[in-house]
Design a protein around this ligand. Structure first.
Ligand code: NDP
Ligand code: 8X3
Length: 260
């Protein structure tokens, strides 16, 4: 087993949902946490909670992963003790809208591609060279079942998550011959703010996605991420796909109202 105590774990998109749950799981394991997101207040609240509950050593960065200059500067400006990242969890991501691809706005397309694909690559290119130099490190990408299939209205989002799968497999090959590890954890339906963001703040529509079924919790996903990171150094978990029992494919979800 790889002991996570005092390891430095960088989690992007840690102000809510899966990212915040990963921060909690790694804090429980005794890791030091570097957390980023755009919403400073939400991020600070997560950090304060972890300090209080787990006496965790936490450093926060208000950062938009879509801004490559900001990402590179933020990393370069970290105190040296916070640069030697052992585990990078590339979690920041979102979906915008549920329209056919031909009806998506430019803003929706750019936001999804820039965050889920380009942002992930910007953070990776900031952090991985140091891992290679130090001869240790683990990149864990948060993909999705949307990276294994497609569903109507999810075309662009699914394309970005297919890209995350390609980046995971490609990066592992790029790092061939080094001790670095690369994994992807690909969940199905998880109850987070994901649908609230997808539906532009329409809480009623977002709640309906989760209220009629039994989705995964962010903690379920964080458990898989922490498990991946804690395997012995010679074990690389390439991919974990986890779905609620009530889900059998990206678009097959057992819902309470199905029988009616
Ligand atoms: P949430 O909306 O709860 O969390 C998304 C996180 O990403 C927030 O912390 C948000 O913080 C951050 N984020 C978004 N854009 C940026 C940005 N440009 N720069 C920095 N941080 C950003 O959703 P989830 O927890 O569900 O999503 C986390 C990941 O899990 C995503 O990659 C998503 O695609 C993936 N996923 C989600 C599933 C689900 O059903 N919920 C299933 C499969 C995968 P802030 O707004 O403060 O910047
Ligand atoms: C998020 C899960 O099914 O809404 O990746 O695309 S889904």
């Amino acid at each position: 087993m790889y002991d996570l105590s005092d390891r430095l774990v960088f989690i992007t998109g840690a102000s809510s949902g899966i990212g915040a749950a990963c921060a909690e799981a790694f804090a429980r394991a005794g890791a030091r946490l570097l957390l980023c997101a755009r919403r400073t207040e939400r991020l600070t609240a997560v950090a304060d909670r972890l300090r209080r509950a787990h006496d965790a050593d936490v450093y926060t960065l208000t950062l938009d992963v879509r801004d490559d200059d900001a990402v590179q500067e933020a990393y370069a400006g970290l105190p040296p003790a916070w640069q030697a990242i052992d585990v990078l969890v590339n979690n920041a991501g979102l979906s915008r809208g549920l329209e056919p691809a031909y009806a998506n706005t430019t803003d929706q397309i750019d936001t999804m591609v820039d965050t889920n694909v380009k942002g992930l690559l910007y953070v990776t290119r900031a952090v991985v060279p140091g891992m290679v130099e130090r001869g240790r490190g683990h990149v864990i990408n948060i993909g999705s079942t949307a990276g294994h299939g497609v569903y109507p209205g999810g075309t662009v989002y699914c394309a970005t998550k297919h890209a995350v799968g390609a980046i995971t497999r490609g990066l592992k090959q790029d790092l061939h011959g080094t001790p670095l590890r690369v994994s992807t954890v690909d969940p199905g339906l998880v109850e987070t703010e994901f649908s609230l963001v997808r539906f532009d703040g329409d809480a009623e529509r977002a709640d309906a996605v989760y209220d009629t079924t039994d989705p995964l919790t962010p903690a379920d996903v964080a458990d898989a991420v922490r498990w991946c990171a804690s395997r012995p150094p010679h074990v690389n978990i390439q991919e974990i796909i986890l779905m609620p029992t009530a889900q059998s494919s990206p678009s097959m979800i057992d819902r309470d109202d199905d029988a009616g």
